[in-house]
Design a protein around this ligand. Structure first.
Ligand code: PLP
Length: 458
C-alpha cells in the first residue's frame, strides 16, 4: 500500500542522525574494528567477501543461536540479516546440527555420490515441479549452469537479464546489477553495464538488459534479436531494491513470449526459493519456468546450490555432451544438512509461521508509516520483506534509483544500535525471518522503526 499524503524527509536531518548513530555504534564495536586490522595483514581488506566490509565497518561474528547472533564484542542481536537470507532455518537448528555432526563423523567429502540424493531430489521436485536436479556449491554456480544450459540447448548465445538484479559473480551475468544512473541509457535500450573491471567486452555483447515488470520491453528485445536469444534469467521477485513483486501475469507472459521465440526462461530463486513459499516463486506465482536456480536457504547454512530443469534441458548432460561437474557438488555434509533443512525444518507449516510474522511486520510498519506520514510503504512475501522509502510504487530498478541511500543507511544504523541486525547493504532495506522468530521479535523491529520515524520527523 502506498501512503498518499506524505511529508518530505529532511536530508540534513538524516545526516545529523547518521553522525549521532555512528558515534553511538563505534564504541560497541571496538573488538571488531581492532580485529579487522589484524585480519588485514593477510586477508585483502580484512574480510572474506567484499560486501562484508559495508559501512560503517565490518562486524565480526562469534556465534549464532536460533533467531540471535553475537559479535566478537559480545553484543547480542536479533538477527533479521540471517546471512543474506540463507538462515531461515535459524542458527544451529538442533535437527541440522545433528545431521551435520552425524555426517562429519562419517566423512565430509568423497567426490562420490551419497544416499541423501534421492530424499533431497524428491523434496525439490515436490516444491518446484521440475523433474531433474543437480547440485553445486553457490548461487553463482547455479546461475552459471542455468545460463550454459540455455545456450547449450538452443545453440544461441544471447541472454536477457533484468536491470538491477544480481545473479552471482560469474562473467556471463555480472552486468547492470546496480548500475550508475548516469550510465544506464534509455529505458527501451538500456546499456549493459559491467559491474566490475575485468569482465570481457565479448560477454557484454551477449547480454540484453530489460526493465522488470514490463513484457513489452522483453518482446522488443526478442524481436530485435530474432533467433539469437537463448533465454532469459530473472529473479521472479526482485530482492535487492527492497522487495519488488512481479505484477499479475508478468511471469507467465514471459514464459509464453520466450517460448514463442524458441528461448527458455530461468528463475533465479537463490533468494526466493524456500523462503517466500514452500515451492518458492513457482508456487507463490503459479508459474513453472524451464529452469530453477537455488542456493542459500536450501543448505541450512552450508555452502550449497542446485539447478532444476526439464528433461529436455538436461538432455546434453544426460547424453554426456555437457559435463555439469564440480569436486564438491553434492558433498555429503551439504546433502545431509539440506535433507534435514528441507524435510524436517522448512516443512509446509514453517511457511504459515513466516506469513504470520510477515503480517505483523507489515501491519506494524505500515501503521508507523501512516502515523508519521512517511513517504514509504511495505512490501514482501513469506520470510522476506522490506520498507521501501518511496511514496510511489517501485516496479523496477529505475524507480528505486531516486531513493537516497542515506535513508536506508540510517534505518540500518537505528536497528543496529537497538539490537537488531539487518543485512549490511545500504541500498536495500530487506529483512528475513526464521522459524525461530516470534511475535515479540516482529514487535521489536517495528518499535525500532517507530523510533526512527519519530527521529526523522522531529
Ligand atoms: C538472486 C541471487 N542470485 C545469485 C546469487 C549468488 O549467490 P552466491 O553468493 O551463493 O554465489 C545471489 C547472492 O546474493 C542472489 O541474491
Amino acid at each position: 500500500m502506498v501512503v498518499k499524503e506524505t511529508i518530505d524527509i529532511d536530508l540534513d536531518r538524516i545526516d545529523q542522525l547518521i553522525e549521532q548513530e555512528e558515534a553511538k555504534l563505534e564504541p560497541k564495536h571496538r573488538a571488531s574494528i581492532a580485529y579487522r586490522e589484524v585480519a588485514e595483514r593477510t586477508i585483502a581488506g580484512g574480510v572474506a567477501s567484499s560486501w562484508q566490509a559495508s559501512p560503517p565497518h565490518a562486524i565480526y561474528i562469534d556465534h549464532g543461536l536460533g533467531n540471535r547472533l553475537w559479535d566478537i564484542d559480545g553484543n547480542e542481536y536479533l538477527d533479521f540479516h540471517l546471512g543474506y537470507g540463507a538462515m531461515v532455518a535459524g542458527h544451529a537448528h538442533p535437527k541440522i546440527v545433528e545431521a551435520i555432526q552425524r555426517q562429519a563423523a562419517r566423512g565430509t567429502h568423497f567426490a562420490q555420490p551419497t544416499k541423501d540424493l534421492d530424499a533431497v531430489g524428491e523434496n525439490l521436485v515436490d516444491r518446484f515441479e521440475l523433474p531433474l536436479w543437480r547440485f553445486c556449491n553457490s548461487g553463482t554456480e547455479a546461475t552459471l549452469e542455468a545460463t550454459r544450459l540455455m545456450r547449450a540447448n538452443t545453440g544461441r548465445e544471447m541472454i536477457i537479464k533484468i536491470e538491477g538484479t544480481y545473479h552471482g559473480h560469474h562473467d556471463s551475468l555480472m552486468f547492470s546489477i546496480g548500475p550508475d544512473p548516469m550510465k544506464i541509457g534509455p529505458r527501451e535500450h538500456p546499456n549493459t553495464v559491467p559491474q566490475a573491471p575485468g569482465i570481457p567486452k565479448a560477454l557484454q555483447d551477449l547480454v540484453r538488459v530489460v526493465p522488470f515488470n514490463d513484457l513489452n520491453e522483453v518482446r522488443r528485445a526478442l524481436e530485435e534479436n530474432e533467433g539469437k536469444v537463448a533465454g532469459m534469467i530473472i529473479e521472479p521477485a526482485m530482492m535487492n531494491c527492497g522487495v519488488i513483486l512481479p505484477e499479475p501475469g508478468y511471469l507467465q507472459g514471459l514464459k509464453d513470449l520466450l517460448h514463442a521465440h524458441g528461448a527458455y526462461l530461468a528463475f533465479d530463486e537463490v533468494k526466493t526459493g524456500a523462503t517466500i513459499a514452500y515451492g518458492g516463486a513457482v508456487e507463490a506465482f503459479s508459474v513453472t519456468p524451464d529452469i530453477v536456480c537455488l542456493a542459500k536457504a536450501i543448505g541450512g547454512g552450508t555452502p550449497c546450490g542446485a539447478i532444476g530443469a526439464t528433461r529436455e534441458l538436461y538432455r546434453p548432460v544426460l547424453e554426456d555432451e555437457y559435463d555439469m561437474a564440480g569436486t564438491f557438488n553434492g558433498n555429503p555434509l551439504t546433502m545431509a544438512a539440506s535433507r534435514a533443512t528441507l524435510t524436517e525444518v522448512l516443512t509446509r507449516d514453517a511457511y504459515d509461521h513466516f506469513n504470520a510474522i510477515h503480517k505483523l511486520m507489515e501491519d506494524g510498519c505500515t501503521s508507523v508509516i501512516e502515523k508519521y506520514a512517511l513517504p514509504a510503504y511495505v512490501t514482501g512475501i513469506g520470510a522476506k520483506g522490506s520498507v521501501i522509502y518511496s511514496s510511489t510504487p517501485v516496479r523496477e530498478y529505475r524507480d528505486a534509483v531516486g531513493i537516497d541511500e542515506r535513508i536506508t543507511y540510517i534505518a540500518w544504523l537505528f536497528q543496529q544500535n537497538r539490537g537488531v541486525f539487518k543485512s549490511p547493504w545500504t541500498k536495500q532495506e530487506t529483512w528475513t525471518t526464521s522459524v525461530f522468530h516470534t511475535d515479540e521479535d516482529a514487535k521489536r523491529y517495528v518499535d525500532n522503526f517507530e523510533e526512527l520515524a519519530a527521529a526523522l520527523t522531529s
